[in-house]
Design a protein. Structure first.
Length: 112
């Protein structure tokens, strides 16, 4: 099993979520986060004054999937979330040793 964490633009959330559901990704967690990558924020202008916004609003999507589904899920996220501009986000993939469904005590892939 693998945990996939995707940091995406907020405006891409609905499209990515629907695409993941279409790929059979049944369980996802969504968090609103703030941060920055290489661009270190953006410079914006309001009423003629420029100011720097260092922490940008992003969405973090987390899901745990079977090893066989990782490439399919990652490709889906990239295809939907990519704009080609700086700030599209990142995807992190980590191993998961075990998963346990609390209600039934199922373990491993069966708990997903």
């Amino acid at each position: 099993m693998k945990k996939i964490e995707a940091i995406i633009r907020p405006e891409k959330l609905d499209d990515v979520r629907h695409a993941l559901e279409g790929q059979g990704c049944s369980g996802i967690m969504i968090s609103e986060i703030e941060g920055h990558g290489k661009q270190k924020g953006v410079v914006q202008q309001w009423r003629g004054e420029k100011y720097r916004v260092e922490l940008l609003s992003k969405i973090k999507i987390e899901t745990v999937v079977k090893d066989a589904d990782v490439k399919k899920i990652v490709k889906t996220i990239i295809d939907i979330a990519k704009t080609g501009d700086i700030g599209d986000g990142k995807i992190f993939i980590s191993p998961v040793d075990n998963a346990i469904r609390i209600r039934t005590e199922e373990e491993g892939d069966g708990a997903l």
